[in-house]
Design a protein around this ligand. Structure first.
Ligand code: URA
Length: 237
């Protein structure tokens, strides 16, 4: 198996981040530093990261209803609670994409680097649904149309999105991209400030019924549906 894939299966990082670990010189095979993420390795090869041996482990996917104030990283330099601290698991999980600290709602955590890559890669366009409370309210039809058609942000025009006003000042936005602070910047661009933001769905999963701050492990059928949403049904074991 390729080294980067082996690291991803070992719960070390996503496939892309694993390549960065290799490039940074943190990965050794049988004690020797390696620079080629495509190197062919297996469990007997003696793969280590920062001197610690790693091996493929069973893969898990958890869904968390993230409270505000919690950061979507594995570690926080400012001592804030992280999403991984809220999800009980013996595995080293990491978040699939990010939610801002001041955003609540559905976030996935996994040790399956390949699935994480697919779910966040723009090519697969997995749908994310957000509810944003904005000010001033209501949002006029002209602004809603701009949000739907695409608004010009500093990192380019946003893709067409489904946007509804559920009640005055409460928007539901369905996006297939995941740029940094995208919903907040889109709303600002049409003259409305986001006061509160929640992600209510990610692909086929909805946050309904999961209390804020709680998580649960997905069952095999749910993981299969997620894979399907990422255009990937026939995974090799
Ligand atoms: N868009 C944002 O602005 N923030 C998030 O956390 C997610 C999407």
């Amino acid at each position: 198996m390729r080294l980067a894939k082996y690291l991803a299966h070992s719960g070390v990082a996503s496939r892309r981040a694993a390549e960065e670990l290799v490039a940074a010189g943190r990965v050794t095979v049988a004690g020797a530093r390696v620079g080629d993420p495509a190197l062919d390795v297996h469990e007997g090869s003696g793969v280590a990261v920062d001197g610690h041996r790693v091996a493929p482990e069973p893969r898990e996917v958890h869904v968390l209803n993230k409270p505000t104030g919690v950061v979507s990283t594995v570690r926080d330099t400012h001592g804030r609670t992280t999403v991984t601290e809220l999800v009980p698991s013996a595995r080293r999980l990491y978040p699939v994409g990010r939610l801002d600290a001041d955003t609540s709602g559905l976030i996935l955590l996994t040790n399956d680097g390949e699935l994480a890559d697919r779910l966040t890669h723009p090519r697969y366009g997995v749908e994310k649904v957000y509810r944003a409370r904005v000010s001033p309210a209501p949002v006029p039809e002209r602004a809603l149309r701009r949000l739907r058609d695409g608004v010009d942000l500093e990192d380019g025009r946003t893709c067409p999105a489904a946007v509804r006003q559920l009640r005055p000042g409460l928007l539901e936005l369905e996006l297939r991209e995941g740029r940094n602070r995208q919903v907040r910047r889109m709303c600002e661009a049409v003259g409305h400030r986001v006061l509160a933001l929640e992600r209510v769905a990610f692909g086929p999963l909805r946050v309904d019924g999961l209390p804020v701050g709680e998580s649960r492990r997905l069952g095999a059928a749910e993981v299969e549906r997620l894979r399907g949403a990422a255009g990937w049904k026939n995974r090799q074991p």
